[in-house]
Ligand binder design. Structure first.
Ligand code: GLA
Length: 618
């Protein structure tokens, strides 16, 4: 038996997320989506090969992912966009031509996520003939998007309608098919030779059941069709909760929370100097399922780190692991006199760790938001960023500013926040980029010196401030005017002078960037990004070799107006302001050249400005 997984779609409903990454490779429950299906297929003893049909756009990504997986063959269907796609039936035909060997076939859409095993389904198919998976769907509106099926007493399909306008049945066909030897190629060719639609697989079944017996097998277990972002989140929470029960057993109902990562458009290393920052929350997320356990322990589980740590609620102390971020938050709660009880927290994240997108801020804010809700602590939203910053400064030992925790708590969809870190006044500015996007390019390195060097920069700024206060009446470095800096710069030691110059000028650039966005002057914004990067590289000295290679390659791409390192520095991500028509060129060329020059695998993501951390109702 052979399996064909259809993974060549363009998932336009999930744009821009899926503009740079195949939907089937998006991480879900800690692994790429398609691996959940592979896991099920690997349990079938007489399945000898799995063929994955990819498009040309994401073929390299699939190929890389499949390395070392001996029973998987990735096929490139040659299509490059939604406009020239072959369609599901076209892709099955394409796969069959390549396989060129008759056998029994299992066909599965690569965006199905299911709990059921395939044994009973296959046995049923072997006994009866061509078989289609069926799921009972309670939501009538959803049926309209799928298909409706009526089965007779022998489970033969008697009626099949793709995308029914007025559904009468709640049974919908799902793209899990079984074809006995000698059937698939014959019927696909007949169908296509009649000039019928190669795109929707359901139309093929609608045609097929009229010329040959087609059976339906009703699956009882959970099934998700990951068609949009909301379904993607729901599936993630489902798997998270399942893992929680596996690890610590059944208990109270979990409550779910979601928190975004962030990028900073501009205004880097200005926050702890009382300056302006200009971040927005991006659609990279951390997920949390949380519930009371009614014991005196706090259980921390991370799918990402495959880690489970149990802490006695009375004995909180630093662990020097990822747990210090949420634990630090609980420590701050204790210090402030808020009472919490035993609790289970399970996290899953697709925000790269040490990637400059504030995975740390996100885990702090989501922990505090979750605990605040669960134990009804009544902490005002405006206090959350400050409490989280305190946890990171004092418990973790990273002397971060307020930017990350602030934006993750306060962000609004489609907007960036221009925040004055001296008085914490802020305004939302709509992120109208016209045909441009912010593209994140992750170098996939985070240098271990980052935290030490960050704290060192902060100390240098404090030293500089102390010296300058002897000459000018300022409270923070951001109070210093450029002409004042010019006047007193020779009072400062060399490296401190460079740091202060960066902060003073970066602050000006940040305010200008705010005006640019209001005026929709995207070209000037691009120029400011470049100036910011050069200053971070030469004056603040927080860049690194990999970021410079990524940037050099990025600037070669037409349509890139500017790019710079984002976050604390020493690795992590570059952000590029890029015209939508050049994104494909970018990921192809920058991806290839970066890989060749560094031996590292980069990752790309188009940013969507999303809402702040919140509860997620399923
Ligand atoms: C990290 C810190 C922020 C900020 C940036 C640099 O992300 O958490 O507070 O200082 O670096 O701008």
């Amino acid at each position: 038996m052979k399996a064909i997984l259809l993974c060549a779609g363009y998932a336009t409903r999930m744009y821009p997320l899926t503009l740079v990454k195949s939907k089937n490779l998006l991480q879900i429950g800690g692994v790429p989506m398609v691996e959940h299906i592979i896991e099920k297929l690997n349990k079938i003893p007489d399945l000898d090969k799995i063929f994955i049909v990819s498009n040309a756009k994401f073929f390299d990504d699939f190929d890389l992912w499949a390395k070392g997986k001996i029973n998987i063959v990735v096929l490139n269907d040659g299509s490059t966009s939604d406009k020239n796609r072959r369609g599901a039936i076209g892709d099955i035909k394409f796969a069959l031509d390549n396989i060129n060997e008759d056998d029994e076939f299992l066909i599965i859409a690569g965006d199905n996520l299911f709990e059921f095993d395939l044994f009973d389904f296959i046995n049923f198919g072997r006994k009866n003939g061509i078989t289609v998976g069926i799921k009972r769907i309670e939501d009538i509106e959803l049926i309209k998007k799928y298909s409706q099926v009526l089965l007779d007493d022998k489970k033969r399909i008697r009626y099949f309608e793709e995308k029914p306008q007025n559904p009468v049945s709640k049974d919908a066909a799902i793209l899990v098919y079984y074809f006995p030897k000698g059937t698939l190629k014959k019927y696909i060719e007949e169908y296509l030779n009649e000039g019928k639609n190669p795109d929707q697989a359901g139309l093929f079944i609608q045609y097929l059941h009229k010329i040959v017996d087609v059976y339906g097998f009703v699956f009882q277990d959970t099934w998700f069709d990951i068609g949009d972002i909301n379904q993607y989140h729901i599936a993630n929470f489902y798997l998270l909760n399942k893992k929680l029960i596996e690890k610590v057993g059944k208990g109270e109902e979990s409550i779910f929370f979601i928190a975004p990562g962030r990028i900073n458009i501009i205004g880097e290393h200005t926050d702890y100097n009382g300056g302006y920052v200009f971040p927005f929350a991006v659609d990279k997320f951390i997920y949390l399922a949380i519930r009371r356990n009614n014991k005196k322990v706090i259980n921390f589980i991370s799918l990402q780190f495959k880690d489970f740590v149990s802490v006695d609620i009375e004995k909180i102390k630093k662990t020097n692991t990822w747990v210090d971020y949420p634990l630090g938050v609980i420590n701050v709660l204790n210090e402030y006199g808020y009472k919490i009880d035993g609790v289970d927290l399970i996290f899953e994240s697709n925000i790269p760790i040490g990637g400059g997108l504030s995975s740390s801020g996100a885990i702090e804010v989501i922990t505090l938001t979750g605990l605040n809700h669960l134990f009804d602590l009544k902490i005002e939203k405006a206090k959350i960023p400050f409490m989280c910053q305190k946890a990171e400064n004092e418990f973790v030992g990273a002397r971060c500013g307020i930017m990350d925790q602030f934006v993750i708590t306060m962000a609004e969809r489609e907007k960036a926040i221009l925040l004055n870190c001296k008085n914490f006044e802020y305004k939302y500015i709509p992120l109208k980029l016209n045909d441009f996007y912010f593209l994140i390019s992750s170098t996939n390195v985070s240098h271990s010196i980052a935290q030490g060097e960050y704290n060192k920069r902060r100390a240098e700024c404090e030293q500089g401030l102390k010296i300058l206060k002897n000459f000018v009446d300022i409270q923070t470095i951001s109070d210093l005017k450029i002409n004042e800096f010019e006047k007193y710069k020779n009072k400062l030691p060399d490296n401190i002078r460079k740091r202060i110059e960066h902060v003073v000028k970066e602050n000006e650039r940040t305010l200008k960037a705010g005006e640019c966005l209001i005026k929709e002057d995207i070209n000037t914004l691009g120029r400011l990004l470049n100036e910011s990067h050069i200053s971070l590289r030469d004056l603040y000295e927080v860049s690194c070799k990999e970021i410079e290679i990524m940037r050099e390659e990025s600037l070669k791409i037409e349509g890139v107006l500017g790019c710079r390192i984002t976050g604390g520095g020493f690795g992590g991500c570059l952000i590029s302001l890029i015209h939508k028509d050049y994104i494909y060129d970018y990921i192809k060329n920058v991806g290839k050249n970066y890989r060749e020059k560094t031996g590292l695998i980069p990752e790309f993501h188009i940013c969507q400005p999303v809402d702040s951390c919140s509860i997620f109702k399923i």
